[in-house]
Design a protein around this ligand. Structure first.
Ligand code: C2E
Ligand code: MG
Ligand code: MG
Ligand code: MG
Length: 283
């Protein structure tokens, strides 16, 4: 029994990456360096509206172009970043880059929404709204094209503060999506208080949605909750035509996933949009 206890507390005190203290320390230093050297990049994954078969937005996803190790995915470094104050400068770097790229898309004739992942620490950091407004001013990006993806845990940490911030974001014209919906320990109660526009069905519920009755129940229930509250539902991680047909049948509003496109560089995205293989809503 003591052994079990030891095990679980060990698990509790290490982060998802299971790095040794020294490894974390090295990684933190490397990440700080990488930010200075501009080794980070944003990739964009298209989001499709299912009933019009058209692209309505893109999600910005960070990558680290490591000089020796190549492209590193956020799962390998974001948990460490989010554990440190580095999330603040990196978060603003992401926001600014996304607004610059979004501006370019609008100028190229592609008025798409850009969805940016915002972490808890950043949303509740000092001057968040002022810094955001500065970025919008500096880049000239119109906030109606900006969406923020926030996880449930972000909202549950300090409900009053989160509600105030979200209301201010809405006033600016920014839309709000709840990311990884259904994966964390939170009550549905908060949906009444927060001005949310969209629920994103986590890909862990989509992968086996064709064969697993539990995933069918969860995915269709999330779509129903969204619609009953007047919100949109987006499915993430759509990889097959069968999953797409299922989601259309259940009137899921939007989807993204490898079936449509992986996250790509801005230039590849623009090439894709120009190739006219994809319909763009309103264009
Ligand atoms: P997320 O926001 O839930 O993003 C969805 C993840 O699913 C992305 O992983 C995306 O590449 C991946 N994905 C998309 N379609 C498919 C598919 O069809 N199949 C599979 N298997 N995967 C798919 P990625 O890019 O590795 O990002 C992982 C997580 O890292 C994100 O989860 C998000 O929580 C975080 N993240 C990424 N970029 C940022 C950022 O700029 N800021 C913050 N704070 N977090 C970020
Ligand atoms: Mg996301
Ligand atoms: Mg997600
Ligand atoms: Mg997810």
């Amino acid at each position: 029994h003591a052994k079990e206890l030891g095990k679980s507390s060990y698990k509790f005190f290490t982060n998802e990456l299971n790095l040794k203290v020294s490894e974390r320390f090295t990684l933190q230093a490397e990440l700080r360096d990488a930010l200075e050297k501009e080794e980070f990049a944003l990739y964009y994954q298209p989001q499709f509206e299912l009933h019009t078969n058209s692209i309505v937005g893109v999600e910005a996803l960070i990558r680290w172009h490591h000089p020796d190790r190549g492209v590193i995915l956020p799962g390998r470094f974001m948990p460490v970043v989010e554990d440190t104050d580095l999330i603040i400068p990196l978060g603003y770097w992401v926001l600014k880059k996304a607004c610059e790229d979004g501006k370019r898309l609008v100028e190229e004739g592609f008025p798409l929404k850009i969805a940016v992942n915002i972490s808890a620490k950043q949303l509740s950091s000092e001057n968040f709204l002022q810094r955001l407004k500065d970025i919008l001013n500096e880049t000239g990006f119109s906030p109606e094209y900006l969406e923020m993806e926030i996880t449930e845990s972000v909202l549950m940490k300090n409900k009053q503060q989160a509600a105030d911030i979200l209301r201010e974001l809405k006033k600016l014209g920014i839309s709000i999506a709840i990311d990884d919906f259904g994966t964390s320990y939170s009550s549905l109660n908060y949906l009444k208080y927060f001005p949310v526009d969209k629920l994103k069905i986590d890909r862990s519920f989509i992968g086996d949605v064709i064969s697993d009755p539990n995933d069918v129940a969860i995915a269709t229930t999330i779509i129903a909750i969204a619609h009953n509250l007047g919100l949109r539902a987006t499915a993430e991680g759509v990889e097959t035509e069968e999953q797409l047909i299922f989601l259309k049948l259940w009137q899921c509003d939007e989807a993204q996933g490898f079936y449509f496109s992986p996250p790509v560089t801005l230039d590849s995205l623009i090439d894709m949009l120009k190739s006219e293989n994809f319909k763009i809503k309103g264009v």
